[in-house]
Design a protein around this ligand. Structure first.
Ligand SMILES: [Zn+2]
Length: 295
């Protein structure tokens, strides 16, 4: 089927088909995964859990969902999220030396992880530069992207300067200088704006939106991700996340950020293609799954 093949709904109304929603930052260990079945979300990326458990979700996912997983957080001994009530011990891999970094990356490969998740969280023990560099070098040698949780002064800079591929949260703890954002333009940043939301104009959200606008202006790739499982996040489409992304992107860029590749049409709903965040939310609410095509 062509991406733009005209489809008619049950009452003969012309419809547009689009790919499903891809949530590039979730924690399936913290939600009722069954609620995702056959909804508008068609792919999720788990960014931190016991890798053996994550592998079982990918092998036996909720109906109609593709699950990809990074495996554990890689952190300095005692580093984030060690000791957090939500994080099982096996969700954190402590890495103290470059040699341990090589072993840790080999374990991600062995368990089928699609990327190496790294935590740089100021205020808790931090990976030293040589260990951080080894994680990136080893991951890239294995063909894996490096996805960094960067929180607190200077940590986004470290991630950018070491050659990380993605930030799993748009930086929200500081305004990054323009020159640093320009150096990050090859990266992907995952939105997670809604976790900073609250009454008034929350400072973290405003900082994140400002960093994101300047990142996109430099040509950076901003994508939808919700941190599903972090607090009371909806299990499924996070409409607030789309609304906030709509403050930075619109039209084709917004659709590309929220939806999967155009080669994989999965949803259908009445015309026209959604241009704004409000359109997209309305379109997704009206959408139905296309019958799966024979391969
Ligand atoms: Zn997360």
């Amino acid at each position: 089927m062509r991406d733009d093949a005209p489809v008619r709904g049950p009452d003969g109304v012309p419809e547009v088909t689009l790919p499903g929603v891809v949530d590039r930052h979730v924690h399936l260990g913290l939600v009722d995964r069954a609620l995702l079945a056959d909804g508008p979300v068609t792919e999720v990326h788990d960014l931190g859990w016991d890798p053996r458990e994550a592998a079982t979700w990918a092998a036996d996912p909720p109906s109609g969902i593709r699950v990809r997983y990074a495996g554990p957080f890689h952190a300095a001994p005692g580093g984030y999220p060690t000791g957090r009530s939500w994080a099982p011990d096996a969700a954190v891999r402590h890495v103290a030396t470059p040699r341990e970094a090589a072993a840790a990356v080999a374990d991600v490969v062995a368990v089928g992880g699609f990327a190496v998740k790294v935590a740089l969280h100021a205020g808790m023990p931090l990976l030293p530069d040589d260990v951080l560099r080894a994680l990136v070098t080893q991951a890239h040698a294995a063909g894996l992207a490096v996805l960094v949780h960067a929180e607190g002064d200077g940590q986004a800079r470290r991630a950018i300067d070491v050659g990380a591929d993605a930030l799993v949260h748009v930086p929200w703890t500081e305004a990054l200088p323009d020159a640093l954002i320009a150096r990050a333009a090859h990266m992907t940043w995952i939105s997670t704006f809604a976790i900073h939301d609250g009454p008034g104009r929350p400072a973290g959200l405003e900082l994140a939106l400002d960093n994101a606008r300047r990142f996109v202006a430099e040509g950076g790739t901003l994508v939808y991700g919700t941190d599903m499982g972090n607090g009371p996040t909806p299990v499924g489409v996070n409409e607030r996340e789309i609304e906030l992304l709509g403050r930075v992107l619109e039209g084709e860029a917004l659709r590309r950020a929220v939806l999967g590749p155009p080669s994989a049409p999965a949803l259908t709903a009445p015309f026209p293609p959604p241009e704004t965040a409000t359109d997209l939310i309305t379109w997704l609410r009206a959408s139905r799954r296309l019958p799966r095509l024979p391969r």
